[in-house]
Design a protein around this ligand. Structure first.
Ligand code: C2O
Ligand code: CU
Ligand code: CU
Length: 517
């Protein structure tokens, strides 16, 4: 796992380039600690309501971001920045700690109204984004609302999303990667009635796994250095903050909810070992359960993406071990997929009866149709490009705090077709990008591979593991590919971002606004 090293740049380069443009940063509504209220009631979207008598009807949480320390490696402890989350009002089960540097898992219910006060105890501005949630632009963590040390921000929103594995992390301009690398990230799991009636593994067999890589200085402190092309490259891979995680399990079915919380590293997930092969049965992804389970030879998981697996260990003999690992692939960027990495080893230590069987139907998903898109014959088209000395650009431009181009003004609530185009750039600039839209979950319609030769050979090492079914908010696009998706833009009017979730790419400007009107 050696770190690639072309076009090393300091992350401050872009800061210098845009210093003047950024002068207004942080003067947003949240900076004085006054309430920054998402206008839930004013939303044109029909609100989902939990009954007033339901203990989950509404809740109030406090998120604090503070420096702390954590024993990560043997030897000196590592300084981390940590999300603390407390329930000020509402069910105590909403928050459960993970251990390590990760923020606790927050559990919410669809239809719930949640107030969150975020307190910044760091020495720099921050803002929290709820990745995958459909919330007003004032709640969404747009970098223009970053607020300074000692200040707080209040938001309120209604949970409109279906059951699924979402997550939260900071989103300040140019500092997202650095803050996430210090430890700031956590899962935000939504539950709903549709999912609740399904016979899925629960309790200790519903296992959240957050994969992240890190590098260290000689004193065991997190190092964050990034490369304009390849991003951040860790030397150690952690799952829930643990290297070489081992879990003792019975001969039962487990639901693995996996988040790639890494800055840049892409994983190609497969099970290995065991007394009989364990298939990669996918039951969910970014926006919750698929319509029906699907089996893949392996699953690609790019930064920001989630996947949920039905890990069936019923046929394993006691004493065997099954390992979830990342295997090799090529063409996604230098260093990507160059080694096998063991992530979690499941040691089967006991025979247990299992009554669960894989449901043939998981959830209701009405497929969007191209014919229903208001721009069906004229897709919105956003190219990825590389500007020498500046990095990757989106829609032929670099991030500007408030600006949108003409093709970035979209009709709120309308169904549209969007093409994202990743050209087959010459090596070494040719790289895959995990592309993410804030706002609504969308559906991937098609992928077109225009690359030939080595681009195509490389593509064949990843293509069968791209999980495009169901609802997505982030997808991997390989060099030479065009990904076409159908998006019903959020009903909330305002300014949202879309960006590459390779965090150094995002921080160096591979991010743009879109405005719903
Ligand atoms: Cu998880 Cu805008 O990001
Ligand atoms: Cu997001
Ligand atoms: Cu990128």
């Amino acid at each position: 796992m050696k770190r690639p090293s072309q076009e090393q740049v300091a992350l401050s380069r872009r800061e210098l380039l845009r210093r003047s443009a950024a002068a207004g940063v942080g003067l947003g509504v949240g900076v004085l600690g006054g309430p920054l209220l998402g206008s839930v009631a004013a939303s044109p979207r029909k609100r989902l309501e939990l009954r007033e008598t339901d203990p989950w009807h509404s809740a109030s949480l406090e998120f604090t971001l503070s420096p702390d320390s954590e024993q990560v490696l043997a030897g000196p402890p590592t300084t981390v920045w940590r999300y603390g989350v407390t329930v000020r009002q509402g069910p105590a089960e909403m928050v459960s700690p993970v251990g390590s540097w990760l923020g606790p898992i927050v559990r919410a219910k669809r239809g719930q109204t949640i107030r969150i006060r975020t307190v910044n105890n760091l020495a720099e501005p921050t803002i929290t984004h709820y990745h995958g949630l459909d919330v007003p632009d004032t709640v969404d963590g747009h970098p223009r609302f970053a607020f300074g040390p000692g200040q707080s921000q209040d938001v309120v929103f209604s949970v409109l999303n279906r059951a699924g594995t979402y997550w939260y992390h900071p989103h300040p301009d140019m500092r997202t990667g650095a803050q996430v690398n210090m430890g700031l990230a956590g899962l935000f799991i939504v539950e709903d009635d549709e999912e609740q009636v399904l016979a899925l593994p629960r309790g200790e067999r519903d296992i959240p796994l957050v994969i992240q890589d890190r590098r260290f200085d000689p004193d065991n402190q997190f190092l964050y250095t990034a490369d304009m092309v390849n991003g951040f490259w860790g030397t150690n891979v952690f799952v829930n903050g643990v290297q070489n995680m081992v879990r003792q399990v019975g001969t039962r079915v487990h639901r693995l909810r996996i988040l790639n919380g890494s800055a840049s590293r892409i994983y190609k997930l497969q099970f290995t070992g065991g007394s009989s092969p364990v298939p990669m049965v996918v039951i969910g992804n970014d926006g919750g359960l698929l319509a029906e389970p699907r089996t893949y030879p392996y699953v690609m998981l790019a930064p920001g993406e989630r996947v949920e697996l039905w890990a069936d260990l019923r046929n394993q003999t006691v004493g065997s071990s099954v390992t979830l690992r990342s295997t090799t692939f090529s063409g996604a960027g230098s260093g990507q997929g160059s080694a096998n990495i063991n992530l979690v080893r499941f040691d089967v230590t006991r025979q247990e009866p299992e009554s669960l069987t894989l449901p043939s139907t998981l959830s209701r998903i009405d497929p969007y149709r191209l014919a229903d898109a208001v721009n069906q014959s004229n897709p919105r088209t956003y190219p990825i490009s590389f500007m020498a000395g500046m990095g990757y650009h989106l829609n032929n431009a670099m991030f500007e705090m408030e600006a949108t181009a003409a093709n970035e003004v979209v009709p709120a609530g309308a169904l549209e077709v969007v093409d994202l185009v990743n050209p087959a750039l010459p090596v070494p600039r040719s790289t895959a990008h995990p592309m993410h839209w804030h706002g609504r979950q969308f559906q991937i319609l098609s992928r077109t591979m225009n690359g030939t030769g080595a681009y195509l050979t490389n593509y064949n090492t990843v293509k069968d593991g791209l999980v495009d079914a169901g609802w997505k908010d982030t997808f991997l696009i390989m060099p030479g590919e065009t990904v076409r998706f159908l998006m019903k833009w959020t009903d909330y009017k305002g300014l949202f971002v879309y960006h590459c979730h390779n965090l150094p790419h995002e921080d160096m400007g591979m991010m743009r606004n879109y405005r719903t009107v």
